[in-house]
Unconditional design. Structure first.
Lengths: 548, 447
């Protein structure tokens, strides 16, 4: 008989200075349930879980385990109480083996403090066999694919006898196939009596596995929902107003092809070919979306186009002009607009004002500069009109850009890049960490740019975004172009392509399980790493997971 | 990738075995693409050094016969001295080196990395050829190899302690630039306390305490107040240098007998064993500090890689957040480890005033704390690696002084550069790529 545990959070408030991240939050996690915390980025979900895990101390409120109030002074206390957590960014030491990572903090030792990893290896084997994880205790973490690393994190919690497992945005780094496997693992864990707190903002996944959904918005619980609720209902609860989840987008009217990439190879300082012989082109009035799991060469591809990568071979032609070998400034002046993937690092200077950030690319040109002097009045004037046009929510353009929310920061970046006449627009992760309301707005602007006849390239690791925006979809895997497929290609096909399959075999692979039972031998055998995964494709549709 | 694209036949069910066209098999193939490429660095460097050796040590080699004594008179049994005709020796060794370089180039053309032994063998050959060349060209072409090696170990003692201190600090995530200050503080305190208490052993203990105190200042400022670790370290070096210099000129010089006559730690000679040629004096005829060095290297290595303490320490230095979420107190671990590192460096400092010379002088550590830092990097943050790296630097240091004594055509200033030249080459990554602990130098702030 597995011991189960009931977890209650009562009136949890967490303040950081004047900022209230959690405002009197009440959540009850019943034993043996998958309880989802649904909310946008920045809604306070992760803060709440860090309070629960003892990483933060709550400013107010209490945590009850099986009805008894507890205080966690650190993660050690939380673990002792039976709470385990899988963080969004894995808490694994890359140069340690699986066994060393699992043992860390709860080491078994021989006399004299000498490590005894055999015991840990045995436990890893046990759990690995039970759930079909197929994890080698002696593999180095840095050699393992992300999906397997995540299983190591789960093993870490299970070895410590976790009765409640917190999963913080666990699918953010996974391919769709890995995600489906994870959802299955969650179901297995549940059937073995482990409760799960599942933190996510992805409605499809939430609906697929949850028993209860608590929706959090701006640090407050706004209500609970039934997993049977429609995605639009959930989305409007999450955002606080009715949202239109599907983008109204006229079909593309591609004109002549003006942007061409031929045999582009980018070599990293390590000598690795991070972009490997890629060729594609984009027509005016068309959006090409580059899909792929993070770290498959997307960053380097966009940086190469912009002139930020040093060792590039091949050719990048814009209206017949070679861009490769030119400085970033020359590329920008040639009419390339670029939204970098990490706005806080590459898109904005947080301590500069919004107005200054809006002219970062044109600060040395008329009308913002004359000789060596700049014209603050003109810069502020420009800011006013951009802020209006892009609906940036701020009292003044003179405020530091760092004070804005993620969505508003992204609008500032987008406003700057779209304020010049463009011949090519590139947006990397245009809506990462952006609230749903702003996503809608940003997507509309991107489509508007396309309709003006600019070739647009979007790089996104979010399949939903790719599907929504793309007129054509290019999939990158390990620096190579797996293929370019038309919009409307199935999510499961794209998922397989993101794992490296060519479009043809991806189509073939997804066609067969459909003709037989979903989840017959072919699905199981396609993943030697997960012999216990009985269902592969059932959750790939938006309504697929309600049978729990 | 092309095979994965074509193998599954559309329209034909493929059940049973894992197929080539699945994501898993695609993943397995991936390393072939992303595998770390072989660089030209090692083959080119070896080839250049080989050519240099062939021209200088070979073609331009001296015509005398170099003589290397192995046994000293008091040894257990006598081994004959090795005599090498310098010209022939230079030619043979440099041809061997060129052969090795050629092999590395050949491997590179086949896109294979040079095996780890190759650069090591190359270095040994190069050093041998260099020795033959230097000794062969000297006025008295004869040196005692045993004396050369024993002297190297002696000179390496403070370096080994210093680099162990660096290992202990960096492995836990704090860069210890203050090794120099810890050595100097240890040297000063050892001299002062040993003179006052009339016991070199108490002086030794006091040196450890002094090093620990210097380290605690580093720890408090870098861990609690998040001051840049490099800056705190540099400031500490200047501070200790100024403080000991001041106390030396005001207190010690005024009354040498009362404050600066520590007396030496005795050399403990283990009978019989110490009479083994070459290794006897190195291993069995040392001061307490020398024996402590060997013990410290082994203990730190076992501690870091075989115990629970070491696992936690390394986790804190690699990924402090991960350690924190596993209930390990990151900053406390850092504080105590840095303190321990300081104590180790302090013991190394006592070597200057209790073993090498029997009094303190200004700046007695003479920059060896920085060479220790280089040994730490050359030794890849590993206690045993750091030990051998420190030995190499000690060897270069000692060779420099011996070669000056026997009188070579090489200007002594050039020979004096040798230890630093070796340091630069070593730190530039002659032997493979070294990777510091990931969180080294980065303060840990919760949340």
């Amino acid at each position: 008989m597995v011991r189960v545990l009931k977890l209650e959070l009562r009136g949890i408030t967490k303040r950081f200075g004047s900022l209230i991240a959690n405002d009197h939050i009440d959540v009850v996690v019943e034993p043996g349930q998958i309880h989802c915390l649904l909310g946008e980025n920045g809604a306070g979900k992760s803060t709440l879980m860090n309070v629960l895990y003892g990483l933060y101390e709550p400013s107010e409120g209490e945590i009850l385990v099986d009805g008894k109030a507890v205080t966690f002074r650190g993660p050690g206390d939380a673990m002792a109480a039976g709470i385990g957590m899988v963080h969004q960014h894995f808490m694994l030491v890359p140069v340690f083996t699986v066994a060393e990572n699992v043992a860390l903090g709860a080491e078994t030792t021989k006399a004299g403090g000498f490590l005894n990893l055999d015991d840990t290896r045995r436990k890893i084997k046990e759990i690995s066999d039970k759930y079909g994880f197929d994890v080698d205790p002696d593999a180095l973490i840095e050699d393992l694919p992300v999906g397997v690393q995540q299983r190591v994190e789960i093993i870490k919690a299970l070895v410590r006898d976790a009765k409640v497992l917190i999963l913080d945005e666990p699918t953010a780094v996974l391919t769709p196939q890995d995600t489906d496997e994870l959802l299955d693992i969650m179901r297995q864990l549940k059937s073995n009596g482990t409760s799960i707190v599942f933190i996510s903002h992805k409605l499809r996944e939430v609906k697929a596995v949850s028993d209860t959904i608590t929706v959090i918005r701006r640090g407050k619980v706004v209500g609970t929902a039934d997993p049977g609720a429609s995605t639009t209902e959930l989305a409007s609860m999450m955002v606080g107003r009715a949202v239109n989840l599907t983008l109204d987008k006229a079909p593309a009217k591609p004109q002549e092809t003006t942007f061409q990439v031929k045999d582009l190879t980018v070599i990293a300082p390590t000598g690795q070919h991070v972009v490997d012989g890629i060729s594609f082109d984009i027509a005016r009035g068309e959006i090409l979306a580059v899909a792929g799991v993070q770290g498959n060469g997307q960053t380097e591809l966009t940086e190469a186009i912009l002139g930020l990568q040093e060792r590039c071979h091949g050719s990048i032609l814009l209206d017949g002009e070679e861009l490769l070998g030119h400085s970033v400034k020359e590329v920008l002046r040639a009419g390339v607009g670029f939204v970098p993937e990490d706005r806080t690092v590459d898109g904005l200077i947080g301590t500069f004002s919004i107005a200054e950030n809006l002219v970062l690319d044109l600060y040395d040109q008329a009308p913002y500069a004359k000789g060596i002097s700049m014209s603050p009045a003109r810069i502020l004037e420009n800011a006013k009109s951009r802020i209006d046009e892009f609906d940036v929510r701020t009292p003044s353009g003179a405020l530091a850009a760092g004070t804005l929310s993620g969505g508003n920061q992204q609008k500032v970046v987008m406003a700057r890049e779209l304020s010049r006449p463009l011949r090519l627009f590139i947006a990397s992760q245009p809506t990462r960490g952006v609230d749903v309301g702003s996503i809608e707005f940003l997507h509309k602007r991107i489509v508007a740019e396309r309709d003006q006849g600019t070739p647009v390239m979007i790089v996104s690791t979010e399949l939903d975004e790719v599907i929504e925006l793309a007129d054509r979809i290019a999939v990158l895997y390990k620096g190579k172009l797996v293929g370019i497929v038309p919009a409307g290609t199935g999510r499961d096909v794209l998922g397989l392509m993101m794992a490296g399959l060519s479009p043809e075999s991806a189509h073939a692979d997804t066609a067969h399980p459909g003709s037989a039972h979903p989840g017959s031998a072919s699905a199981g055998s396609a993943h030697p790493g997960s012999a216990h995964t009985p269902v592969q494709t059932s959750t790939s549709g938006a309504e697929g997971g309600d049978h729990e | 990738m092309s095979t994965t694209a074509t193998s599954p036949v559309p329209g034909k069910p493929q059940q049973g075995k894992p197929q080539p066209g699945t994501p898993e098999s695609a993943r397995e193939k991936a390393p072939a693409i992303s595998a770390k490429p072989v660089t030209w660095k090692v083959p080119v460097l070896l080839a250049v050094l080989g050519v240099v050796a062939f021209i200088f040590f070979g073609i331009m080699g001296p015509n005398q016969t170099a003589k290397f004594g192995i046994s000293s008179s008091g040894d257990f049994f006598q081994l004959p001295a090795i005599e090498v005709p310098a010209f022939l020796g230079g030619i043979v060794l440099s041809v061997l080196m060129l052969g090795l370089a050629g092999y590395a180039v050949y491997l590179k053309t086949r896109n294979e990395a040079s095996p780890g032994w190759l650069p090591i063998v190359f270095i040994v050959l190069f050093v041998a050829a260099f020795l033959i060349w230097v000794v062969g060209g000297a006025r008295t072409p004869s040196i005692s190899l045993a004396g050369l090696i024993a002297g190297s170990v002696t000179l390496a003692v403070p370096l080994v302690f210093g680099s162990l201190s660096g290992v202990l600090c960096e492995r836990v995530g704090v860069v210890n630039i203050a090794i120099e200050g810890q050595l100097l503080g240890g040297a000063f305190t050892a001299a002062m306390v040993a003179t006052l208490t009339k016991s070199p052993f108490i002086g030794l203990l006091a040196a450890a305490v002094a090093g620990a105190i210097v380290s605690m200042v580093l720890a408090v400022f870098s861990i609690k107040y998040l001051v840049n670790q490099i800056i705190v370290g540099v400031v500490l070096n200047v501070l200790v240098s100024g403080l000991t210099g001041f106390l030396f000129s005001t207190v010690m010089q005024a009354n040498k007998a009362q404050f600066n006559s520590p007396g030496r730690l005795p050399i403990i000679d283990i009978p019989v064993l110490s009479s083994i040629p070459v290794i006897g004096p190195i291993l069995f005829k040392q001061s307490v500090v020398g024996y402590l060095m060997y013990i410290a290297v082994i203990v730190v290595w076992i501690g870091l890689f075989k115990t629970k303490w070491g696992l936690r320490v390394r986790a804190v230095g690699e990924h402090p957040q991960a350690a924190d979420t596993m209930g390990i107190k990151v900053n406390a671990t850092r504080f105590w480890n840095v303190t321990l590192g300081g104590a180790v460096a302090g013991i190394g400092g006592s070597f200057f005033t209790l073993v090498a010379i029997d009094s303190f002088t200004k700046e007695i550590s003479g920059g060896r704390g920085f060479i220790a830092l280089a040994a730490l990097i050359f030794g890849r943050w590993n206690p045993i690696g750091a030990f051998f790296a420190a030995l190499l630097f000690g060897f270069a240091d000692n060779l420099q002084s011996i070669v000056t004594i026997i009188g070579t055509p090489v200007p002594s200033q050039f020979m004096a550069m040798l230890p630093y030249l070796v340091t630069v080459l070593a730190v530039a990554g002659l032997v493979g790529r070294s990777r510091p602990p990931a969180a080294s130098g980065i303060p840990y702030v919760k949340g």
